[in-house]
Design a protein around this ligand. Structure first.
Ligand code: SF4
Length: 226
């Protein structure tokens, strides 16, 4: 992975979720700029609004929590914001460590992501979190072995080890997203059970998947996009 992306080529870390849920949903949102809220996206936005409060950091005992930290990886071509990064005192006296101007010392950085719902069978949440870790690793020259995802429904947080396999899957996913974004070739719909919970069901029209692009289907049928 030798290419370094420019700032104008960056894609959002949060879009990994959409791409993993359905590449076509991601394509419609990112390339065709179509967006429609449903109760799932609204609940998710409210949860993130609560996380992204004005206060940017706090210290409780030995743990510092940073919020809304901007993140970028020029190797992956991904950027975004962290929900939270916890800083724990580093156990090593030497070697790379996270440093912060407001909180002197050597720290281990642990990204924490907040999600509505419960742990899922697919890797989307883990890939997004891993993306945050790789951004931090690239920016600070550190190694981050794990992170946490807090799920609103279970009110528990799950530990996510950043294994070589998860890192490889993230790199491959980022490359596919960039290839699709650059080619601007519509990703065809594949009708499946996930369509029922998709906020773009009405815009995508998955049963018309031969058309690939929702806008071309609507144009062909003289329909209007509301
Ligand atoms: S309706 Fe189905 S195929 Fe279309 S974007 Fe949503 S999940 Fe993907």
């Amino acid at each position: 992975m030798s290419k370094l992306y420019k700032e104008e080529e960056m894609l959002w870390l949060s879009d990994i979720q959409h791409y993993c849920f359905c590449p076509r949903q991601w394509y419609l949102m990112t390339v065709e700029q179509i967006w429609e809220d449903n109760h799932l996206t609204i609940e998710g936005s409210l949860l993130h609004e609560r996380v992204h409060q004005p206060e940017q950091s706090e210290r409780r005992g030995n743990v510092v929590t940073l919020r809304s930290v901007p993140l970028a990886s020029y190797k992956l071509g991904l950027c975004g914001f962290s929900d939270a990064i916890e800083l724990h005192p580093s156990s090593a006296d030497t070697g790379p460590a996270f440093v912060h101007p407001k909180y002197p010392g050597r720290w281990e950085a642990i990204p924490v992501e907040y999600k509505r719902g419960r742990p899922k069978r697919h890797n989307a949440d883990k890939l997004q979190l891993c993306g945050q870790a790789l951004c931090l690793e690239e920016s600070y020259g550190i190694n981050i072995p794990k992170g946490y995802i807090f799920y609103g429904e279970t009110k528990r947080r799950e530990e996510v080890p950043f294994s070589p396999e998860l890192r490889a899957e993230l790199i491959e996913t980022a490359q596919k997203m960039h290839q699709a974004f650059e080619s601007k070739t519509p990703i065809p719909a594949i009708h499946s059970s996930r369509c029922r919970s998709c906020s773009l069901l009405n815009q995508c029209i998955p049963k018309a998947n031969l058309f690939g692009s929702a806008s071309s289907y609507l144009e062909a049928h003289k329909l209007f996009m509301l």
